[in-house]
Design a protein around this ligand. Structure first.
Ligand code: 5GP
Length: 183
């Protein structure tokens, strides 16, 4: 099995690093999550996420179609549809799942062979600066995300690998190396 889990606090740069990884490794299969959150400007349904209603999300969970799911930042539900992951693994693809801490913990139970990578910021101050600089969340939402980040950073020791995102290029290289070793 070649499954990798990537977890990290808000604004640490997961999206940018994942985009680089996909460029460097075109055969990497990246799981598109379902979420009840509203799309941000530019986000496309079926590309960034499957944007679903709370009712649809609950139905997917009830039908056992989620590999894992969680309420993230105390607000919206996010989950990994199980079918596409199983299919990609059956095809021998290298699979990458981006999930929050609760999701990573669930996958540790259900898919213990998946390697778990934590993407960490160089410092707390840098994380706050990146979140503010991004400017896509309200002050209230930023506060909530930083609360979650504290909990996530405290759990970094649970992960198989910790990659510090000082530069995107270095973090990408580190993760590519982990993936190459895991194969
Ligand atoms: P955002 O709203 O910024 O797109 O995502 C917020 C957070 O939701 C991400 O940082 C990630 O930790 C988490 N997340 C995204 N997709 C999933 C998923 O499928 N499952 C879980 N458990 N968390 C997810």
């Amino acid at each position: 099995m070649q499954a990798f889990v990537l977890t990290g606090p808000t604004a640490v740069g997961k999206g940018t690093v994942i985009a680089e990884l996909r460029k460097e490794m075109p055969d990497l299969w990246f799981s598109i999550s379902a979420t009840t959150r509203a799309p941000r400007p530019g986000e496309v349904d079926g590309v960034n996420y499957f944007f679903v209603t709370h009712e649809e999300f609950d139905r997917l969970v009830a039908e056992g179609q989620m590999l894992e799911w969680a309420v993230v930042h105390g607000l919206n539900k996010y989950g990994t549809p199980r079918g596409p992951v199983d299919e990609a693994l059956a095809q021998g693809r290298t699979v990458l799942l981006e999930v929050d801490l609760a999701g990573a913990r669930q996958i540790r139970e259900s898919m213990p062979e998946a390697a778990q990578i934590f993407l960490a910021p160089p410092s707390w101050e840098e994380l706050e600066a990146r979140l503010r600089g991004r400017g896509t969340e309200s002050a209230e939402e930023q506060r909530r995300r930083l609360e979650t980040a504290k909990v996530e950073l405290a759990a970094e020791g649970e992960f198989d690998e910790v990659v510090v995102n000082i530069t995107v290029a270095q973090a990408t290289e580190d993760i590519l190396k982990i993936m190459a070793e895991g194969r």
